[in-house]
Design a binder for this molecule. Structure first.
Ligand code: SF4
Length: 455
């Protein structure tokens, strides 16, 4: 079982690093606010995007079939994968039939979710992540800690050391221009010698059978154009009905993600290049289960902008790795319990329920309400941990009986006033680890109220 609070505690041991991480993400959140404020009708745009996604999800089966038919007419091969393993097997069989041994991959959270790199490496295929942040975490043998900025947890100086070790660069004191140039040189060689390219999919348009891939580095395009084989991995929720809807999502995506008006490369792939092949693997992997849950289906509207992470006070101060799921932060915490309730039962509790995630979400997912609802499901299914369950049971008994409640309040008030601080802090548990207990009042509220009434 993954335990968010234990992993977060480890991340919090380096206070300076935590403060830096918090500031870096808040900077991105503020950029998002500035970018959103320049668009007239931003709120209407969010509502429209949310409505389009809701409509698409209500007829997803039809749109998926329409997409498949149109993509096949365009000369694209379509494959369906029920789960992560099927996805990996399909990708491998395509690569194997082309005798492809070297693969360049642009950023795709779905391939992370499926564990594609590891799977292919075990089969003897070299996989190179070509997004700079992804390449950094790949060299460090770590998973991404953010869906848009995978290496946001690493400082420039750490990347400098990593590159010295793996790319044999000179020490530069974290000079980002030098490091980026060296990464570019290294990746160019990989693009030129690759046999195939894997990309993710940001949007799949049912009406045309085309896919859209957004990057800031042009690495998806480099891979697709330098190799004769393009495999795109897409989740079933990536469908939008028409081309005319694309502009709405593109205007929201980049502004919400990084505060840019648009991603630097927004590529529309409709058919394979001459003498090249294009395949799309459409993956379910638990998504239809989520679709069947009326209270949680809207999580499938997510366009993976990362805005909910940048704004979340818990994510900013606990880091993406503490969530232990491919997609961290608020959206990951409402997607992961659907994948494995037992394993991820701590995640819906890793939130203050402040609602900031819901406020910034470009497709208006009610993230904090779903976090709250997952907590209830977890409690009902008895997945919330033994001590918490017992504490809740006792609390329910006390709070539902007025006389017991007043008696317990009185006893605990008296005890807390006279007990030495270290004992009362120990009783109060982890909450007082970094906080002081408030001064205990002389009277309980009821005693104070009764006194005033008599007067
Ligand atoms: S839930 Fe909303 S804010 Fe979070 S990543 Fe998805 S689209 Fe962006």
């Amino acid at each position: 079982m993954n335990n968010h609070s234990i992993s977060a505690e480890k991340f919090n041991r380096n206070e300076e690093h935590v403060n830096w991480h918090d500031t870096a993400l808040w900077f991105v959140r503020q950029k998002r606010d500035r970018a959103a404020s320049t668009v007239e009708g931003w709120e209407e745009l969010r509502s429209l995007a949310s409505a389009i996604k809701a409509h698409t999800l209500s007829a997803l089966d039809e749109y998926l079939v329409q997409f498949e038919q149109n993509a096949m007419k365009n000369g694209i091969y379509i494959h369906w994968a029920a789960n992560a393993n099927a996805h990996n097997e399909i990708v491998y069989s395509i690569l194997h039939s082309h005798k492809a041994k070297k693969l360049v991959k642009s950023k795709s959270m779905l391939t992370e979710e499926c564990g594609l790199n590891h799977f292919l490496e075990k089969k003897g295929i070299e996989v190179i992540d070509t997004d700079l942040g992804e390449r950094i975490v790949q060299l460090a043998q770590e998973p991404p800690s953010h869906i848009v900025m995978p290496a946001i947890h690493k400082k420039r100086e750490e990347i400098d050391e990593l590159f010295q070790q793996h790319l044999h660069t000179q020490p530069s004191g974290g000079d980002e221009v030098y490091l980026t140039r060296e990464a570019r040189k290294h990746l160019r060689e990989k693009f030129i010698s690759a046999d195939a390219a894997v990309t993710g999919v940001n949007f799949a348009i049912a009406e045309t059978g085309a896919i859209v891939v957004c990057t800031n580095e042009g690495n998806a395009d480099m891979g697709v154009h330098a190799t004769p084989l393009h495999i795109a991995s897409m989740g079933i929720e990536k469908i939008i009905p028409k081309v005319e809807h694309l502009g709405i999502f593109l205007r929201l995506l980049a502004r919400s993600a990084t505060g840019q008006p648009i991603t630097a490369y927004t590529s529309y792939y409709k058919s394979p290049r001459p003498n090249a092949e294009m395949h799309i693997v459409i993956v379910d992997n638990g998504r239809t289960d989520q679709l069947a849950e009326p209270n949680f289906r809207s999580a499938l509207k997510c366009i993976r902008c990362g805005a909910c992470m940048n704004t979340c006070p818990v994510y900013r101060r606990s880091g993406g790795h503490s969530y232990g799921y491919t997609i961290p932060g608020p959206i990951g915490s409402i997607l992961s319990p659907n994948i494995d309730l037992k394993k991820y039962s701590s995640l819906p509790f890793a939130s203050t329920l402040c609602g900031s995630c819901t406020d910034v979400c470009p497709v208006k997912i009610d993230i904090h309400s779903q976090l709250y609802q997952w907590r209830q499901v977890i409690a009902e299914k008895k997945e919330s941990g033994f001590s918490k369950r017992i504490a809740m049971k006792i609390s329910a008994k006390i709070l539902s009986r007025a006389k017991t409640f007043h008696a317990v309040s009185k006893i605990s008030n008296t005890l807390l006033r006279f007990l030495p601080k270290y004992i009362s802090k120990a009783i109060a548990g982890k909450w007082t680890k970094q906080r002081e207990l408030p001064e205990i009042p002389q009277y309980t509220f009821l005693e104070w109220y009764e006194k005033r009434r008599k007067r």
